[in-house]
Design a protein around this ligand. Structure first.
Ligand SMILES: C[S@@+](CC[C@H](N)C(=O)[O-])C[C@H]1O[C@@H](n2cnc3c(N)ncnc32)[C@H](O)[C@@H]1O
Length: 252
């Protein structure tokens, strides 16, 4: 992690908060069922979270914290971690509006000021898993988890990363090599993203003390429509190739 990548990502998410995430938080916090990704794939069709009641959960890159809110409503004890003050302020507003309360910590996923072995589940939905250096945040997740604890994260699929041009929407042609995939910056003020090839994810997760249990490649549902804000990928494309992937790993 360079400190400037954290600063640039905080700036990008302060802007996104004003443009979209603050306004969309009420709807996201009100969802009865958790759904994953741009095309709202229902958790019931994936089943990766399982029973969460009674679990201590840390959400790394919680943003407006609607995933943590959903987990809290199901009896988990979440703690939301995010480095962007504006995102955490939206989460606090939603807590006041809904009465659903849990702790929030302002920090990047690469360096979390919480004790070792204090969580049963670490979750990241387009959070640290995308915006933080994986060689820093994955060991942090391992440190925070108790033995047997799970790490579940959703990020862009490899195929999105390979077919996305520097400007515009995802294509059906390869735009960049797979080998060497790591830090990506897009033109404009979109921040710094981190992605790895699948083989490197598996090697790195195992080296950090995890066993990989599942990799879910998300397909847009038949009735999915293209998203108004996250319009870099259309629903037709996403019915043929995965827009996102969910990794499930367990700390040995
Ligand atoms: C797509 S949002 C989070 C997702 C959350 N589920 C939501 O939509 O509210 C991405 C979040 O990652 C956060 N982020 C940026 N850099 C980060 C870092 N180094 N570690 C952890 N989170 C980071 C941003 O502040 C932003 O709130």
């Amino acid at each position: 992690m360079s400190s400037s990548s954290v600063e640039r990502n905080v700036a990008a998410w302060t802007k996104a908060n004003g443009e979209y995430t603050d306004g969309s938080a009420s709807g996201a916090w009100a969802r009865e069922e958790h759904s994953w990704g741009v095309f709202d794939v229902p958790e019931s069709s994936i089943g990766c979270l399982g029973e969460v009641a009674g679990l201590d959960v840390v959400e790394l890159g919680c943003g407006t914290a609607y995933v943590s809110a959903w987990l809290a409503r199901r009896g988990a004890r979440p703690v939301g971690v995010d480095p962007t003050p504006a995102q955490l302020e939206t989460a606090r507003r939603m807590m006041r509006e809904t009465g659903i309360e849990f702790p929030l910590v302002q920090a990047p996923g690469e360096s979390v000021p919480l004790p070792d072995a204090s969580f049963d589940l670490a979750v990241s939905e387009y959070g640290a898993c995308l915006w933080a250096d994986p060689y820093r945040w994955v060991p942090e997740a391992a440190r925070l988890l108790r033995p047997g604890g799970r790490l579940i994260f959703l990020t862009n699929s490899n195929i999105v990363m390979l077919t996305m041009p520097p400007v515009g929407k995802v294509t059906e042609q390869l735009q960049r090599p797979l080998f060497g995939l790591f830090e990506s910056e897009w033109p404009g003020e979109l921040g710094v993203e981190y992605h790895l090839p699948h083989g490197e994810w598996i090697r790195h997760l195992r080296a950090s003390g995890f066993e990989v249990e599942a990799l879910h490649e998300l397909q847009a549902p038949d009735d999915a429509e293209s998203h108004g804000y996250y319009d870099y990928v259309g629903a037709d494309w996403a019915r043929k190739w995965p827009t996102e992937e969910i990794w499930v790993a367990r700390k040995a």
